[in-house]
Design a protein around this ligand. Structure first.
Ligand SMILES: Cc1cc2nc3c(=O)[nH]c(=O)nc-3n(C[C@H](O)[C@H](O)[C@H](O)COP(=O)(O)OP(=O)(O)OC[C@H]3O[C@@H](n4cnc5c(N)ncnc54)[C@H](O)[C@@H]3O)c2cc1C
Length: 455
């Protein structure tokens, strides 16, 4: 009897233990593997166009790697899977375990609907499965540094070999979905493109990563977040490549820092595993309810923030980079998120929704938990009283102003770091650039006063 490999967040053929399990089970029965992707209306209708467009391209790349055999079916997974399993007389359905709230609920429903046909989960999208690590007292980790230490001590398996000469089945499907229209300039999608980008980063970016990663004016990061989100590459592959560097290279601060960033990704997934409600609710309240701005003025400020028209150059550059590319530099994600929560006094959930609508790497655990980190409401979050100063952040991390000039054309005529404070320029120097919508110093005080009332 054949097996089904149901691709979800593992759109790759290499280092895919669940796929290896599906292939081995089919070979054992001297039968074929049905490679399946389900266009789930719940996910499709709630995802932003940039993310869907990237996903559609990634599926096309996967289909090509499968010589056109990818079976795409549209519908509720709890309907599609049992129907297909009956149609092909499948012995088992293989998946990479889902670890997020929606995926866990969906898989429980699919498992029940499949009845006698087992839904076999092998591996997860993480080097160490969320929920596996617990502290000495058997409780989840609430603080990142001990989590990272336990994560490094635990370690991970070697990458799984890519299955060769797989007997793929030919089964009719609905065809790879078309990419929705988007104004965003997308990076190349698919496993092969991700591998090329990763190889380029190892060769040209990694050595200076520790130094450059905080600089939005430099292309100093790996841009692996979208490939990791869709599972075009598994973090285990990246970790194995880092471990395979020469002893001199792998002992550098850059390698340690890169590994640590991957550990943040795993920490957030672990927190969400233990607290599924954190996708929508603050893990702790930090200001009284009445501290949040509401009404028409708040809506107008929110719109200015989304459009990159707040009058704070580094905030505006980041928000415009997001609209243009579906990606924003991590440092600027922190600054723009802090600005929304602490200068405009708006709930993190509102900003997180906007990010999810535009980010190509938009990912519930990473987006929601990073927002909670900035908002001071998460596990091991930045304390609420730490308010990012958008001017100082701009001057420190974009010292010559190149990042701002790249994304804010109204400021292109302003040389050097002066671009971070256009209000200090002679009148008329940047006539088309908006005035500041709030006074940062005053709003910082208001945020701290609200925080003080809650303590
Ligand atoms: C408000 C906010 C929202 C965010 N939303 C998302 C999101 O939806 N999806 C997402 O993948 N990342 C998110 N991040 C984390 C981070 O900004 C991106 O992962 C990073 O900018 C992606 O670029 P890169 O791959 O070049 O990163 P690199 O610096 O090359 O880092 C390598 C990898 O480490 C991981 N990583 C790096 N920083 C973080 C971090 N702070 N938290 C968790 N993992 C990290 C990512 O998987 C990244 O691809 C968010 C951060 C903030 C502050």
């Amino acid at each position: 009897m054949p097996t089904i490999h149901w691709f979800r967040r593992d759109l790759r053929l290499a280092d895919n233990p669940a796929l290896v399990a599906a292939v081995e089970a089919a070979r054992h029965a001297d039968d074929q593997v049905v490679p399946l992707f389900v266009v789930d209306d719940v996910l499709w209708s709630s995802s932003g166009a940039p993310r869907l467009a990237y996903l559609a391209r990634s599926l096309r790349a996967l289909d090509e790697a499968l010589d056109g055999r990818l079976v795409v079916r549209r519908g509720r997974p709890a309907d599609v899977l049992p129907r297909l399993a009956r149609e092909v007389s499948a012995a088992s359905v293989h998946v990479t375990a889902a670890t997020e709230p929606y995926g866990r609920r969906r898989d429980a429903a699919v498992g029940a609907a499949l009845g006698e046909v087992p839904l076999v989960a092998t591996g997860s999208p993480y080097a160490v499965a969320p929920g596996r690590l617990t502290s000495g007292q058997g409780t989840p980790y609430a603080v990142f540094t001990p989590f990272r230490r336990a994560w490094l001590d635990h370690g991970w398996s070697a990458p799984a070999p890519r299955p060769r000469a797989v007997p793929w089945a030919s089964v009719r499907g609905d065809g790879v979905p078309g990419a929705p229209e988007t104004s965003v300039r997308l990076p190349a999608a698919g496993e092969a493109a991700a591998r090329r980008r990763w190889a380029d980063f190892l060769r040209e970016g990694l050595a200076d990563y520790d130094h450059d990663r905080d600089r939005p004016d430099v292309d100093g990061t790996s841009t692996m977040s979208a490939p990791l989100k869709y599972g075009e590459l598994h973090p285990r592959t990246l970790l194995a490549d880092l471990a395979a560097l020469s002893p001199a290279e792998r002992g550098t601060a850059s390698v340690a820092t890169y590994r640590s960033e991957l550990a943040w990704r795993e920490f957030h997934a672990d927190v969400l595993w233990h607290h599924p409600g954190a996708a929508r609710r603050s893990l702790r309240d930090v200001v009284p309810e009445d501290a949040w701005a509401t009404g028409a003025a708040a809506d107008a400020a929110f719109t200015a923030w989304t459009q990159g028209r707040t009058g704070y150059p580094v905030v505006d550059a980041g928000m415009r980079q997001l609209l243009a590319t579906g990606w924003m530099h991590n440092r600027v994600r922190m600054v723009t998120a802090s600005f929304l929560v602490k200068d405009l006094h708006q709930r993190w959930q509102r900003g997180a929704d906007h990010f999810l609508a535009w980010l190509v790497d938009g990912d519930v655990p990473q987006n929601q938990l990073n927002w909670q980190w900035v908002a001071g409401t998460g596990r091991d979050a930045a304390p609420y009283f730490r308010v990012f100063n958008p001017v100082l952040q701009g001057k420190k991390f974009d010292p010559d102003g190149d990042y701002v000039r790249r994304w804010v054309p109204e400021l292109r005529g302003i040389p050097g770091g002066a671009v971070h404070e256009p209000w200090r320029l002679p009148a008329g120097a940047a006539p088309d650039y908006p005035e500041r919508i709030v006074d940062h110093a005053a709003e910082r005080e208001a945020a701290l006063e609200a925080y003080g009332r809650m303590r």
